[in-house]
Write a protein that binds this ligand. Structure first.
Ligand code: ZN
Length: 342
């Protein structure tokens, strides 16, 4: 259960709690801003704060009362979530819209007495996916909210919501935190300052988006790219078509992995059991690959990769060409030229 707002949301949180203490909390909030800056997190923390029977400092939910326990187990009767449901025909996929029936049901339950005798909270997310009919059926409840009700509409794309909806909500705008703050937060999670900086840049400064990228790292993409690089190192694979594929994925993320592999490869070239290894899961493969290059080639490759990362972070260059150069370098041509001494 999310109880506290994210560190960079403290001013917004303080503002809302202040209004609450004065009895001036609006009935409908529109939480808007780019993906990955913490809108949902904030909404969850605020819902918990309103439902908790004994909030602690700054209105943060206590985590120990009956309401908090119910919330924790997903059984609190006064928190209502409306979101995209699995498709009827293909349950493994989510529907692309929030349907009118979902909103009608929400309006109905919001009109009933609260189960626990306190606030009733609704979370509509992603709000811009409401059908026109669904949005229309929400208007009346937004205009005449019944009792102690807070409706939170969460959206990455407020422009797609009807003006009639937007005008009936108090808007809270979320933005990425200052870079330092975002990096500090992400570094604590990833325990890797360099990687945190790289991922944060790729995510346009949105820390939760960067974290998501880091977490998907363990899975398919990273290992798929490692296979690509291994084949390039063996002299197979076509840098042009590979770069066309990878620049559409996440080029900065890809370059970040390569940087991290090269650091480890250099360590592995020197020692069988280096004290510090980032990619322990693929250490054997990196070792094998490392031994196919000279130390000088590895340093050149690392330099190329750092340069690519810097340029990508700058954002003003052709990512596909850059990746193509990098893949070519793994194939040995570029590093070979460098070794030839001109
Ligand atoms: Zn509580």
């Amino acid at each position: 259960m999310i109880r506290e707002p994210l560190p960079w949301q403290t001013p917004l949180w303080g503002g809302i709690q202040h209004r609450r203490s004065k009895g001036r909390l609006p009935h409908a909030l529109l939480l808007e801003g780019p993906p990955g800056v913490g809108k949902r997190h904030f909404a969850e923390a605020l819902a918990a704060s309103l439902l908790c029977r004994g909030p602690v400092e700054e209105g943060v939910a206590c985590g120990g009362c009956r309401a908090c326990h119910l919330l924790e187990s997903g059984a609190h009767g006064d928190l209502h979530r409306v979101t995209l449901l699995p498709r009827e025909s293909k349950p493994e996929q989510l529907s692309s819209q929030i349907k009118v029936d979902q909103v009608r049901e929400l309006c109905h339950v919001m009109g009933l007495t609260a189960h626990e005798g306190g606030y009733k909270v609704a979370l509509l997310d992603p709000a811009e996916r409401m059908t026109v009919e669904a949005a229309n059926s929400l208007l009346k409840t937004l205009e005449e909210p019944p009792g102690d009700v807070l409706m939170m509409l969460v959206t990455d794309q407020p422009g797609l919501l009807p003006a009639t909806i937007r005008s009936r909500c108090q808007r809270i705008g979320f933005t990425p935190p200052p870079e330092e703050e975002g990096r500090a937060w992400l570094t604590r999670r990833l325990e890797d300052a360099e990687r945190a900086a790289l991922l944060l840049a790729l995510a346009d400064g949105a820390p939760l988006r960067a974290l998501e990228m880091a977490e998907s790292d363990g899975a398919a993409n990273r290992l798929e790219l490692l296979e690509v690089v291994e084949s390039l190192a063996r002299g197979a694979g076509d840098p042009v078509s590979l770069s066309a594929h990878w620049y559409r994925q996440a080029p900065l993320e890809a370059v970040g992995w390569m940087e991290s592999w090269l650091e480890d490869m250099i360590r592995l070239h020197w020692s069988d059991r280096p004290a510090l290894l980032r990619n322990r899961d693929v250490a054997e493969r990196l070792k094998r690959m490392a031994l196919g290059y000279s130390r000088r080639e590895l340093f050149l490759l690392r330099e190329e990769t750092h340069r690519a990362a810097r340029l990508l972070r700058g954002g003003s260059i052709n990512a596909q060409l850059l990746l193509e150069d990098l893949f070519t370098a793994w194939g040995g041509e570029e590093t070979g030229k460098g070794l030839g001494g001109g």
